[in-house]
Design a binder for this molecule. Structure first.
Ligand code: SF4
Length: 100
């Protein structure tokens, strides 16, 4: 998950973000969950820079979704994204267009 508590901490209450303490992705590279390109669109193709180097987008998305698949707070994460209208990145194991 993108670290919302540092990116926009004023927008979310501690109660809303408490689930993040139990996230499978808590110690993972946030870049693995970032699907937005420099031009601001969601990408499924091409490649992306991560903490371990560049990798194909399909691999990045697969790694992120695998973490979400076993995440104990996936439901809360998905509800958080939906309730805040987050239209970018991976939350609850779903890409933005999959969360509609
Ligand atoms: S569902 Fe995925 S993005 Fe959300 S907290 Fe769990 S591992 Fe992170």
């Amino acid at each position: 998950m993108i670290d919302l508590t540092t990116e926009a901490p004023w927008e979310y209450s501690p109660r809303e973000t408490a689930f993040m303490d139990y996230a499978e992705c808590a110690n993972m590279d946030p870049a693995l969950f970032d699907t937005v390109t420099r031009s601001g669109v969601t990408a499924r193709m091409g490649s992306v820079s991560t903490a371990t180097g560049r990798m194909p987008r399909f691999k990045q998305i697969a790694i992120a979704k695998a973490a979400c698949w076993v995440c104990p707070v996936a439901k809360e994460c998905l509800e958080f994204a939906k309730s805040h209208g987050l239209t970018e990145n991976i939350y609850g194991g779903l890409l933005p267009d999959e969360r509609l």
